[in-house]
Design a binder for this molecule. Structure first.
Ligand code: PMP
Length: 408
């Protein structure tokens, strides 16, 4: 399927915004949804809607099959060992909080270490800050190189025998850096630490194999990979999940309840208290089918092509500063246009129908490291074209002319 055909599958792309055809360059915040995902959710509500794991009736078993079927797709997609290792969550944020609360707080003691990097999204930073405060563990950072990459020598230095957990994003949502998480996991494990991978920005774009990465935990968000909002997952190695306590108690997750004590269901359900996000899981299953029908390798190749083209065109715009490495990067470009505030850049672009993101991108420590308060970001996905990039560049040139006085 070529990009033109792929675009036909995304109804939202075919509209005008502020009198211009929409150019959507904010997929790192959330991706758009193909018609097959929208239809799967619609079909579920029109035909199968019921609660899961309890109804004896036909709709109840259809809903359960649809929900557990989606889990099976995710197991295959990630190459997890079994369905016990894949827990549905609200997204990456709740998956990371589950590990930081359910696992880290029970294994960390005073003086132990939790290692992360300064490029982490707040979702992979604050849960560890809180776990460190609660346990007396020390939060340590792997330093960044000038271009925002990390060196394995520094990883070796930062992780010690006292490190219990290492948590690193696979792909930075600001720098576009693709971190060597497989190598970091190997170092962590050699030193006796557990490796957590924030996969929010990698899962939509790269072929992920959790057994090959040999990470202990891996997280993802459905809405960034063509699925609905409100659904995501935590992969964890079975032995670790067995050890871990749930953090949400209530219906669905129990085995036996007495007045003063209770026992839990087996994995993965002991972590899925309450009525789950059934339609979301169904939509995520359809998103996986969709991504697999295109091929993750093809998506990766397409994004690399578009990003290289955009970087080349941007290099012609004087005073446009791009952050992050020049090569080996993911399909997003974070930049500033001279001293023009990124919100102004995004506002001018929006008036031309172009959606980009502006702000701190939930990475305030990284903004301070970059010595800026905010940046603009254009992010690409399988439905973006070179013409989208041309529209972006033309509007950036216009913006530059408009704010000429602010540019040195
Ligand atoms: N980590 C990274 C690297 C992200 O880009 C995001 C989303 N911007 C998250 C975590 C949080 O994901 P969610 O909001 O879907 O929980």
């Amino acid at each position: 399927m070529n990009t033109k055909e792929i675009r036909q599958l995304f109804p939202i792309l075919h509209q005008e915004v502020n009198g211009h055809p929409l150019v959507y360059l904010d997929s790192a915040a959330t991706s758009q949804k193909p018609v097959s995902v929208i239809e799967a959710v619609k079909h579920y509500y029109e035909r199968d809607n019921s609660n899961v794991h309890r109804g004896v009736h036909t709709l109840g078993s259809r809903a359960t099959d649809a929900y557990e079927g989606a889990r099976e797709k995710l197991v295959r997609f990630l190459n997890a060992g079994s369905a016990e290792e894949v827990i549905f969550t609200r997204g990456t944020t709740s998956a990371l909080n589950l590990v930081a609360t359910g696992y880290a707080r029970s294994v960390c003691r005073e003086g132990d270490e939790i290692v992360i990097t300064p490029m982490e999204h707040h979702s992979n930073l604050i849960p560890w800050q809180q776990a460190a405060k609660a346990t007396g563990a020390v939060l340590k950072y792997i330093p960044l190189q000038e271009d925002g990459t990390i060196r394995l020598e520094d990883v070796e230095q930062t992780i010690t025998e006292r490190t219990k957990i290492v948590s690193v994003t696979y792909v930075s949502n600001v720098l576009g850096v693709v971190n060597p998480v497989k190598e970091i996991a190997a170092i962590a494990q050699r030193k006796g630490a557990k490796m957590v991978v924030d996969g929010a920005q990698s899962t939509p774009h790269l072929k992920v194999d959790v057994q090959d990465l040999d990470c202990d935990f891996y997280t993802l968000s459905g809405h960034k990979m063509c699925g609905p909002t409100g659904i995501g997952a935590l992969y964890g190695k079975r032995a670790l999940l067995e050890e871990m306590d749930p953090i949400e108690y209530g219906g669905e997750m129990i085995d036996h309840v007495d007045l003063y004590d209770s026992t839990w269901k087996d994995l993965p359900w002991k972590f899925e208290g309450g009525t789950p996000i059934i339609a979301g899981a169904v939509g995520l299953g359809a998103a996986i089918d969709f991504l697999e029908s295109i091929g993750l390798d093809e998506i990766d190749r397409h994004e690399k092509r578009i990003t290289a083209y955009a970087l080349e065109r941007m290099s012609d715009i004087k005073d446009l500063n791009v952050y992050g490495p020049r090569s080996d990067r993911a399909g997003l470009i974070t930049f500033n246009l001279g001293d023009v505030h990124p919100h102004d850049v995004a506002t001018v672009l929006d008036a031309e129908g172009i959606a980009i993101r502006a702000g701190h991108h939930c990475c305030q420590p990284l903004m301070r490291w970059l010595q800026v308060s905010a940046t603009a970001r254009a992010s690409f996905y399988l439905y973006n074209t070179e013409e989208d990039v041309d529209r972006l560049i033309a509007s950036l040139i216009k913006t530059k002319e408009y704010f000429g006085h602010a540019i040195g």
